[in-house]
Design a protein around this ligand. Structure first.
Ligand code: SAH
Ligand code: SF4
Ligand code: F3S
Length: 483
């Protein structure tokens, strides 16, 4: 194989021309494989299926960027792909089983098309038990790589293609952050921007710290540069990502790093900024002040609470009480009265009694969330909660989830009633999934709005008059010539 850098040819010359000298150097380093590998994807297609959270979505965008630099073109139909990438989530057992089911169903297809490549990556690949299971029982998988080495995709793919052997490369430890990887974004009007990777919280039920490693913050200047680039390319919104954004900068010894970053992001002048996920334990009042000060920091907050019972929160190791959570919500509503709140909730944590579950319902009544992701607890091997005694039957847990969901949707529709007849600013993301003749987008308060309007509104911030309200969405029509 020719490893000489000079022989590297970017498959997409137009793309190459747009990139800075530094960027091109990085790409050459990444594809230090010679012309043959850089051209590996000529005439071929790739398919990426991403599960899980936005961190995975952003990783999927990086992988797509690398695939396209190798000459592959994207397909949304798995059977059309020459390389199929399953970018997986390990947060609950059901998510894992779904992935394995899908890969399992591809076995006959793979047998009939020996040259095709199936890759498994993402959080499941960081679990030893899963890797062993896939190696033993899913022979159709050719490549497994983890969350710490996605930049190695071109090299690994080249190895699989040239050797015809199965390749596994999973690193147990996170390395240094690698900047300037290529990216093929899924949306042109909004962009995900990682501000940090990993998590140090070790909530007792959660696998993320094991699959994503310890907290590492990106340098503020790199983040701001990415936001400015997005803005220049026409994006209207950035979404800052981290498992616990409030811890941003701690590893870099920056005090109150997240608020400082948020302010610098707001100063770029990008029209909208959102951030996921906030942790109630680390939330700083200065962050609320920044949200109040800058109109381009959107007035909505995702603040996972998990449970409304102190004993359960203690056993989850969340580091706050139900009372302190309520107080935080009160303080925010006092400072930003129209703020909207969303949360995550777990029912059926090991040993959760009916009474403890009722505390969660009480907290939900108190906070009146606009939306919540609610889950039945799923034991994750290797986490402390998986070893806790749990005598609550699954049926009871499912029943609790139903009760909780009913309550949540009641609050959501009551909250939405106030928007009827109002004019909201909506970032139009494209056609509505509900109705092809309508557009869909999100309001400043992060409400999904389906609306009618003239041609050509995609990617624009549109004034929409709300004509109907539902629990989890609003309907409306674009206002012609807004004043
Ligand atoms: N970093 C974020 C979210 C991480 S995972 C945070 O701390 O809030 C997203 C959500 O999945 C969590 O908020 C939690 O509600 C849920 N979750 C995590 N582990 C789970 C498990 N073992 N069983 C059920 N739900 C879980
Ligand atoms: Fe998981 Fe807790 Fe970290 Fe969130 S903060 S990723 S729930 S360990
Ligand atoms: Fe899932 Fe990994 Fe995200 S476990 S929730 S994809 S960090």
């Amino acid at each position: 194989m020719n490893r000489k850098k000079e022989n590297y040819i970017l498959p997409d010359q137009k793309l190459a021309a747009r990139r800075s000298g530094k960027q091109a150097d990085i790409e050459r380093d990444m594809f230090h494989l010679g012309e043959d590998a850089a051209m590996l994807g000529q005439g071929k297609k790739y398919y990426i299926r991403t599960y899980g959270c936005q961190a995975n979505v952003r990783d999927g965008e990086t992988m797509a960027g690398m695939m396209e630099l190798m000459g592959y073109t994207r397909t949304e139909i798995p059977e059309e792909g020459d390389v199929l990438i399953f970018n997986t989530c390990a947060v609950r057992a059901a998510a894992e089983e779904r992935v394995l089911g899908e890969i399992g169903s591809l076995k006959p297809w793979k047998n009939a098309h020996k040259g095709k490549i199936i890759a498994l990556c993402g959080c499941m690949a960081q679990e030893e038990a899963i890797v062993r299971r896939v190696l033993d029982s899913y022979r159709q998988v050719d490549l497994i790589f983890g969350t710490h080495n996605i930049h190695r995709l071109p090299d690994l793919l080249h190895r699989v293609s040239t050797s015809g052997e199965r390749v596994v490369e999973v690193l147990s430890e996170e390395g240094k952050i690698i900047e300037d990887l290529p990216v093929k974004r899924t949306s042109s009007c909004k962009g995900y921007v990682n501000i940090m990777y990993g998590c140090n919280k070790f909530c007792t039920y959660c696998i993320v710290p094991y699959t994503r490693g310890r907290e590492r913050s990106r340098q503020q200047e790199d983040i701001i540069r990415e936001i400015a680039e997005l803005k220049n390319e026409g994006a209207k919104e950035v979404i800052l990502l981290g498992q616990n954004v409030n811890a941003y900068g701690k590893d870099l010894k920056i005090e109150d790093g997240f608020t400082k970053l948020l302010e610098a992001a707001a100063e770029t002048g990008i029209e909208r900024i959102r951030f996921y996920t906030s942790h109630p334990r680390d939330y700083s009042i200065t962050t609320i002040e920044a949200m109040r000060k800058y109109p381009n920091i959107m007035p909505s907050l995702h603040l996972p609470v998990q449970s409304g019972n102190d004993e359960i929160l203690r056993r989850m190791a969340r580091g706050y009480s139900a009372g302190s959570y309520r107080k935080l919500v009160d303080e925010m509503k006092e400072r930003i009265p129209d703020i909207t709140f969303t949360t995550d909730l777990i029912v059926g944590f090991p040993g959760e009694t009916d009474e403890q579950f009722r505390d969660t319902l009480d907290l939900v009544d108190y906070c009146r969330f606009d939306m919540a992701y609610s889950f039945v607890y799923s034991p994750r091997e290797g986490t402390p909660a998986a070893k806790m005694e749990d005598s609550i039957p699954l049926e009871v847990k499912k029943e609790r989830l139903q009760i909780l969901n009913q309550k949540l949707s009641g609050h959501a529709s009551a909250n939405n009633a106030k928007y009827l007849g109002q004019r909201l600013k909506v970032l139009c993301e494209g056609r509505s999934k509900k109705n092809e003749n309508m557009y869909a987008g999100y309001s400043e308060h992060n409400k999904l709005v389906n609306f009618s309007g003239p041609e050509g509104l995609e990617g624009e911030i549109v004034e929409v008059e709300i004509t109907a309200v539902h629990s989890f969405s609003l309907d409306g029509k674009a206002v012609a010539n807004p004043v």
